[in-house]
Design a protein around this ligand. Structure first.
Ligand SMILES: Cc1cc2nc3c(=O)[nH]c(=O)nc-3n(C[C@H](O)[C@H](O)[C@H](O)COP(=O)(O)O)c2cc1C
Length: 177
């Protein structure tokens, strides 16, 4: 399978980076081809709902790093989202990329698996509920099959994450997606 992994964090060695690396390790061991897009290090303009993408045949108004992502997004067999929780939601960097799916949403429907991996400081699920609901809604809308989730509570930093089994769960998700 061709798997696209989209991350949100600006921490190159943070908690979501560790989950991402573990997921990719498992996926590559299972002989999947992985393409990683680190939103925090890309230039992606927020969608402004100008509707140029839907009303013309010249695509999105913004010619930025989505041009690198879109061919992979359109052909991927699976799309995996990895984000820290910021104020009870996915972070802005990954949300900005997801909003830009709008330019291709008719072509994106169906025929994909998807997964979500999250880390957060709180030790209950409360902080993640909005992000999980958003992910489920989007997956339902796009008719993507949810292959799994790893929701890392009580993971304020890498030291905390390493005391949990979430890295192992991320690896297993990659191996079995
Ligand atoms: C701006 C900001 C907002 C945050 N909001 C929350 C929150 O609402 N709930 C929570 O549990 N953790 C929150 N956190 C903690 C992060 O989710 C947590 O430290 C995570 O491990 C960071 O992931 P990273 O190392 O991959 O960047 C917040 C962190 C930042 C910087």
């Amino acid at each position: 399978m061709k798997i696209l992994v989209i991350t949100g964090s600006a921490h190159k060695n943070g908690t979501t980076a560790l989950l991402t690396e573990q997921f990719i390790k498992g996926a590559e061991e299972a002989r999947h081809e992985v393409f990683r897009f680190d939103s925090a290090f890309k230039k992606v303009h927020p969608c402004i709902a100008c509707e140029k993408c839907h009303n013309t045949d010249t695509g999105c108004a913004f010619k930025d790093d989505m041009e690198e992502l879109n061919p992979v997004l359109l052909t991927a067999d699976a799309v995996v989202f990895v984000t820290p929780i910021y104020y009870y939601a996915m972070n802005a960097q990954i949300r900005t990329v997801i909003d830009r799916f709008y330019a291709n949403d008719s072509a994106l429907h169906g025929n994909k698996k998807t997964a979500l991996m999250i880390t957060m400081a709180d030790d209950t699920m409360e902080s993640a509920e909005g992000a999980v609901a958003s992910f489920r809604g989007m997956s339902n809308f796009l008719e993507w099959e949810i292959a799994g989730t790893v929701i890392g509570v009580d993971c304020v930093d890498v030291d905390a994450l390493k005391k949990t089994d979430y890295p192992e769960k991320a690896y297993e998700l990659g191996k079995n997606i």
